[in-house]
Design a protein around this ligand. Structure first.
Ligand code: DQA
Length: 152
């Protein structure tokens, strides 16, 4: 029980339409589904001694609620805010209110796409950002976050 309590916990947040991965614009996002990404992260988490919780929502307020709810109990956050990256002051403010390492991730390289995707309201709030490595970026983010949490 105590051991469980002291285990490092990481929350992975997936924003709108990422539940459609595998079907959604596969030429950009690939064929891996969100369930497959989450299973891989949970598996890697076990190997790293990290408890990984995953959460997906299409709703801005639900993502803000989740950040507020678990921000104080988690050791780090990996977030792909999807389209909200480019628009959400609300998610930015929720992340600003918590003091744990944050990695922003994008499957595609947002700088090689339409100009409206070049701006992220999250980047200067996050400690690091991975963009354009495909779904492999998630496991890279988890490994990096494990080190960031240890170094704290
Ligand atoms: C995305 C990039 C965003 O611009 C887009 O709205 C997404 C996914 C990515 O992972 O590449 O939904 O965050």
């Amino acid at each position: 029980m105590n051991q469980e309590k002291s285990k490092v916990k990481v929350l992975v947040i997936h924003g709108p339409s990422l539940n459609m991965l595998g079907k959604r614009e596969p030429e950009i996002y690939g064929s891996t589904t969100l369930d497959e990404i989450n299973a891989e992260l949970e598996h890697l988490g076990m190997a790293l001694g990290i408890f990984v919780e995953t959460f997906q929502s299409n709703h801005e307020g639900a993502i803000v609620d989740k950040i507020q709810e678990v921000g104080a109990t988690q050791n780090g956050i990996i977030i792909n805010p999807a389209a909200y990256t480019h628009t959400s002051i609300a998610i930015r403010d929720a992340l600003l209110a918590i003091d744990i390492p944050i990695i922003e991730i994008h499957i595609s390289n947002i700088y090689k796409r339409e100009p409206f995707r070049h701006k992220s309201l999250i980047s200067d709030v996050a400690d690091a950002r991975i963009t354009g490595l495909g779904v492999k970026g998630y496991s890279i983010a988890l490994k990096a976050l494990a080190e960031m949490v240890q170094d704290r």
